[in-house]
Design a protein around this ligand. Structure first.
Ligand code: SF4
Length: 133
């Protein structure tokens, strides 16, 4: 009984330590003091957005979250998206037809990507630029 109680306390302590560490890294990353994971930028969407931005954003976050120092954007439209993601390394920008352009910094490098192909195309590009071996 006592042994189980002690094990329970250790587990609680471990969970607390993990949570505290994650929160601390989150603050440091937000402040730009310690970058431990990929940064993602996206817009709040509006009437100009013609694709499922949240779906694409989640897919991109799930696949590329462990790349410290890399900034990836998913923006709703070509009207304001490129300007608002100016400091991203790579970014998807929605077009009026529901497709995406993939930018490297301020330059579109692949046009008219189906949203379902976003992760695959970015993987190819990151490999091409040496982010993956
Ligand atoms: S980037 Fe385009 S879609 Fe996103 S909020 Fe701004 S204007 Fe709307």
């Amino acid at each position: 009984m006592l042994e189980k109680r002690i094990q329970g306390l250790w587990l609680e302590e471990d969970s607390l330590l993990v949570n505290t560490t994650e929160i601390s890294f989150g603050f440091l990353q937000s402040a730009g003091l310690r970058i431990t994971r990929t940064e993602f930028i996206s817009c709040p969407t509006c009437a100009r957005t013609s694709f499922e931005l949240q779906k694409v954003l989640h897919e991109v976050q799930n696949h590329f979250s462990g790349m410290p120092g890399l900034k990836i954007a998913v923006m709703g439209c070509v009207v304001n998206g490129p300007g608002e993601m100016a400091d991203a390394d790579f970014g998807f920008v929605g077009t009026a037809t529901g497709k995406l352009h993939l930018y490297k910094a301020k330059t579109p490098i692949i046009k008219n990507i189906e949203p379902s192909q976003a992760v695959e195309k970015l993987t190819q590009i990151l490999r091409q630029y040496g982010y993956f071996k």
